[in-house]
Write a protein of this length. Structure first.
Length: 259
C-alpha cells in the first residue's frame, strides 16, 4: 500500500469516526436536536466524493451523486423503522438495516435525475417526520453510560467500512457506488450508541432530528449532481460542501433557538 493510499484511507476512517463521536458528545452536551442536525454533516459523503472525483470522470461522479441522492430516501426508511421500534425490539438495528435494503433495491431502478431524487427525499422526510411525531416524549437531560473507549472503537469500525466501500468504487460503477456511499453506516453506529448510552427516548429524539439533519446530505448530492456538468469538479464540489454545511448550520441554529 502506497503512502498516498494509506493517507486517503486514514482520512476516510477519521472522518466517519469523528462525526460519530461528535454527535454522541453533542447529544449529551447540547441535546438531541443539535446532535441530530450534526449527524447530517457530509463528512462521510464529502471525502467519498472527493476521491470519486479525483479518480473517475465527471460523468461517473454525476451518476454517483444522483444515485446517492435517490438512495437517501432509503436512509429515511432506516430512521423511520428505528424510531418506531426503538422501545419495542432488541433487534431494532438489524430490522432498520433490512428496511434500508428493502427500500434501496426498488430505488435503484428510479431514473437517475437529480430533481426526481430531491422530490423523493423531500416526500420521504415529510412522511417520516409526521408518522413519528407522537413518539417523542418529555426526557431528562442525557447522561451517557459506558466509556468513550467503546465509542472510539465503534467510530473507527464505521470509518473502516466506509473506507472499504469508497476504495472499490471504480469496480462498483457509479450507481452502486452512490448507493453504497449512502448506506447509513454512520447513522447505524450513532443510533445504537445513543440508544445504549442514554436510552430509547433520547435516541428517538436524536434520530427524528437526524431525519432533518440528513437534508444536508441531500443538498450536497443535489448541488454536486447539477453543478458538475457546468462548473467543473473543483467549484461544484466546493459549492456542494458549502450547501451541505449551510443546511446543517441552519438546522443547528434553529434547534438552539427552540431549545
Amino acid at each position: 500500500m502506497t503512502a498516498t493510499l494509506a493517507a486517503e484511507l486514514a482520512l476516510r476512517v477519521l472522518a466517519t469516526a469523528g462525526i460519530v463521536i461528535a454527535v454522541a458528545w453533542a447529544v449529551e452536551r447540547f441535546g438531541p436536536a443539535i446532535g441530530g442536525a450534526l449527524g447530517g454533516l457530509p463528512i462521510v459523503l464529502g471525502p467519498g466524493f472527493f476521491f470519486i472525483l479525483r479518480e473517475n470522470s465527471v460523468g461517473f461522479a454525476v451518476d454517483a451523486a444522483t444515485s446517492a441522492l435517490i438512495a437517501l430516501t432509503a436512509s429515511q426508511v432506516f430512521l423511520l423503522v428505528y424510531v418506531i421500534g426503538a422501545r419495542r425490539s432488541r433487534a431494532i438495528l438489524a430490522l432498520a438495516a433490512l428496511s434500508w435494503f428493502a427500500a434501496a433495491v426498488p430505488l435503484a431502478a428510479v431514473p437517475r435525475m437529480a430533481w426526481v431524487g430531491l422530490a423523493l427525499f423531500a416526500a420521504a422526510t415529510l412522511f417520516a417526520r409526521r408518522v413519528t411525531q407522537r413518539l417523542e416524549q418529555p426526557r431528562p437531560p442525557a447522561r451517557g453510560a459506558g466509556g468513550w473507549g467503546v465509542l472510539l472503537l465503534r467510530g473507527g469500525l464505521a470509518g473502516a467500512l466506509v473506507a472499504a466501500v469508497t476504495l472499490v468504487t471504480e469496480r462498483l460503477g457509479p450507481a452502486l457506488s452512490g448507493l453504497l456511499l449512502t448506506y447509513p453506516l454512520g447513522l447505524s453506529v450513532i443510533s445504537i450508541t445513543i440508544h445504549q448510552r442514554v436510552g430509547a427516548d433520547i435516541a428517538i429524539s436524536t434520530l427524528r432530528a437526524a431525519m432533518l439533519g440528513i437534508s444536508s446530505l441531500a443538498a450536497f448530492c443535489f448541488v454536486l449532481a447539477i453543478g458538475l456538468p457546468h462548473l467543473g469538479a473543483a467549484l461544484a464540489f466546493a459549492l456542494a460542501a458549502v450547501a451541505g454545511i449551510g443546511v446543517t448550520s441552519g438546522l443547528a441554529r434553529l434547534a438552539a433557538t427552540r431549545g
